[in-house]
Design a protein around this ligand. Structure first.
Ligand code: UDP
Ligand code: MG
Length: 348
């Protein structure tokens, strides 16, 4: 078992000349695919990829990261790896979540460029040659931008669109909207992102944070070909909250605004009460108990909310301080580099 999630830090030290050379030669393209319970679709995904990738003119490896699937995904992946050496499989020791699965795939990719792709064929592999073309022109991150989205409920479309825009507005650097994880990254970007020490990652903000040259590649997103989404409304909400709290300190600033607003209201109310008291010749006006309770509950609620927000940051700081790896690997198939047995006794 191993948790080698930051194996190499070859950050863009080579500079643009190295990058340019790399992009002219055929080079190696890695495709990273996080998979959780994707048995019904995974064979079709592999076939579509193998049919689409020769158009890139690059050698390729496909890295399937099995994120604790409980169906027959792993059996399917083993069969694929047995008949196609270009298919690598990283089996995580349990379900660590899509972000961890993608990060594990990135950390093990050896390509000059790496594409992240969902397993369900929502993002068509046929777009990858266009991403590679942009990369050869000098773009470091060619991200898939959705022109349309089939097979999603109206509720999901609206909430996703609103969230993307809200999220982008919180970030001090440019985060593309209507964009998922489907994107091509130059080796320098992969190394920069994999070299960061933080364990909890949200790649949709981390990759833009790294900078470099980003350009969109427009495409139509299809419906999932088979199987079901892994994200219930509740899980999506949790993910959205986590994304904000991992990527931004804006919620803390909102507490400032809330606190100042409350203090202002308090000052005004005190002023009005004092004037009213004087104006009525020293006679105290009566205030109903219900009003007092309502006001106390309102301000008590706001204060508790503020404490909860701070608490969320404390929890995340605590988790980072624990320093546990973001994922653990049980087994790897068709791995190009044999790890020492002490680190990964089951590497195939
Ligand atoms: N996924 C994963 N781990 C999880 C949940 C999802 O690796 O815990 C993978 C999943 O197999 C798929 C990708 O992440 O390849 C996106 O998941 P899904 O298609 O369910 O998300 P949606 O497109 O509905 O937002
Ligand atoms: Mg999907």
């Amino acid at each position: 078992m191993t948790h080698d999630h930051q194996p190499f830090l070859r950050v863009a030290a080579g500079g643009s000349q190295t990058a340019a050379c790399r992009r002219v030669s055929p080079g190696l393209l890695s495709i990273v695919i996080p998979c959780h319970n994707e048995e019904p679709v995974i064979d079709a995904t592999h076939d579509r990829l193998v049919a689409s990738l020769p158009a890139t003119g690059m050698d390729f490896e496909i890295i399937y990261v099995d994120d604790g699937s409980r169906d027959g995904t792993l059996d399917r992946l083993e069969a694929i790896a047995a008949r196609d050496r270009r298919a690598r499989v990283i089996e995580l020791s349990r379900n660590f979540g899509q972000q961890a699965a993608m990060s594990a795939g990135l950390a093990h990719a050896s390509g000059d460029a790496v594409v992240i792709l969902d397993a369900d064929l929502q993002d068509p592999p046929e777009v990858i040659p266009e991403m590679v073309r942009r990369w050869r022109e000098g773009v470091d991150v060619a991200y898939g931008r959705r022109r349309s989205r089939e097979g999603e409920t109206r509720f999901k479309l609206v909430t996703a669109s609103l969230f993307h825009r809200f999220f982008a507005s919180l970030m001090p650097y440019k985060v593309p909207v209507d964009t998922g994880d489907f994107r091509l990254l130059d080796r320098a970007v992969v190394d920069a992102v994999c070299g960061l020490p933080e364990k909890r990652r949200y790649l949709r903000s981390l990759i833009p944070w790294a900078g470099f040259r980003h350009e969109p590649v427009w495409y139509d997103r299809h419906a999932r070909q088979a199987g079901e989404t892994k994200y219930s409304a509740r899980r999506l909400l949790g993910l959205a909250g986590d994304a904000v709290l991992i990527s931004s300190d804006a919620p803390i600033r909102m507490i400032w605004v809330g606190g100042l607003a409350m203090a202002l209201v308090g000052c005004l109310a005190t002023g009005i009460a004092t004037l009213g008291w004087t104006g009525s010749g020293g006679r105290q006006e009566g205030v109903s108990l219900a009003t007092v309770v309502a006001v106390a509950a309102f301000f008590g609620g706001i204060q508790t909310l503020a404490v909860a927000i701070v608490g969320e940051y404390v929890v995340r700081t605590y988790r980072e301080a624990q320093g546990r790896p973001s994922w653990l690997i049980r087994r790897r198939l068709n791995d190009p580099v044999q790890m020492p047995r002490s680190q990964d006794t089951r590497a195939a």
